[in-house]
Design a protein around this ligand. Structure first.
Ligand code: ATP
Length: 236
């Protein structure tokens, strides 16, 4: 069962053809990861699925399952620095002047889920990078989306914080459809149900690679080596 189907899609930036008659399906209820060298077009694919690149599309279409609701989380958390955590999490209500005790309560519950509730009235500029990404995750949860697009949300974090936030994100987004962009093969192996490698321009997307689940097997190390080699061979 798919959540998004890309059908015969072509996309061009000036003289650069990124997608040409691209066909691809994103499976429902799974974590899918896009790996590929810098500049290949991973973020563009994510933005295209989010409907943010319509002007660059020259052909084909994207079909969404009924009631698909999209949320987005990226490396830059896009929090408003002078607003409190609580207001950042309920930003839509805050900006539209529709805050209620229900939206406040729900935002609070989301901050509890990401273990940031004790800071709820602080302005966001006082937070560390990892704390800010927790708040960004709470904002994603607040949107009650069923398709979550993650554009390198962990890449700016130190190893320990990254590990913790990966685990938390995986726990809280269980059962959602997640599409993750990363440069890190090990992150892809840890988090994904399926991995896709993007290569070349126009882009080709590999068949799905299904990582083993236990993280300390020789098989995992072998797959990590294979992904690194594939990425190196696809440098553009
Ligand atoms: N709005 C735009 N206008 C023109 N060119 C663009 C635009 N957005 C992206 N590009 C170009 O499209 C190509 C793919 O960019 P994209 O950011 O999708 O790559 P990426 O694989 O996500 O790279 P990275 O891993 O470095 O983030 C790049 O050559 C980039 O310069």
């Amino acid at each position: 069962m798919w959540c998004v189907e890309i059908r015969d899609l072509s996309l061009v930036f000036g003289s650069q053809t990124l997608f040409e008659h691209l066909n691809w399906q994103l499976s429902s209820g799974k974590w899918s990861t896009l790996l590929g060298t810098s500049g290949v077009g991973k973020s563009t694919l994510l933005r295209t699925i989010a409907g943010l690149e319509n002007e660059a599309i020259t052909g084909g279409k994207i079909i969404y399952q009924a009631e698909t609701k999209i949320a987005w989380m990226a490396q830059q958390d896009n929090l408003l620095p002078w607003l409190s955590l609580l207001d950042n999490v309920q930003l839509k209500a805050h900006l539209s002047g529709t805050k209620t005790s229900e939206t406040c309560d729900k935002a609070y519950q989301m901050l509890v889920a990401v273990k940031m509730d004790k800071h709820l009235n602080k302005p966001c500029y006082q937070l560390s990078g990892g704390q800010r990404q927790r708040v960004a995750l709470a904002r994603v949860l607040m949107q009650e989306a069923n398709l979550i697009l993650l554009d390198e949300p962990f890449s700016a974090l130190d190893a320990v914080t990254r590990h913790q936030l990966q685990d938390l994100t995986q726990e809280l987004l269980d059962n959602k459809t997640v599409l993750l962009v990363t440069h890190d093969p090990f992150e892809a192996i840890r988090l994904s149900d399926q991995i896709f490698i993007l290569k070349d321009q126009p882009i080709s997307i590999s068949a799905p690679i299904f990582p083993p689940k236990a993280t300390q097997q020789a098989e995992v190390l072998g797959l990590q080596q294979r992904l690194l080699a594939e990425l190196a061979s696809g440098e553009i």
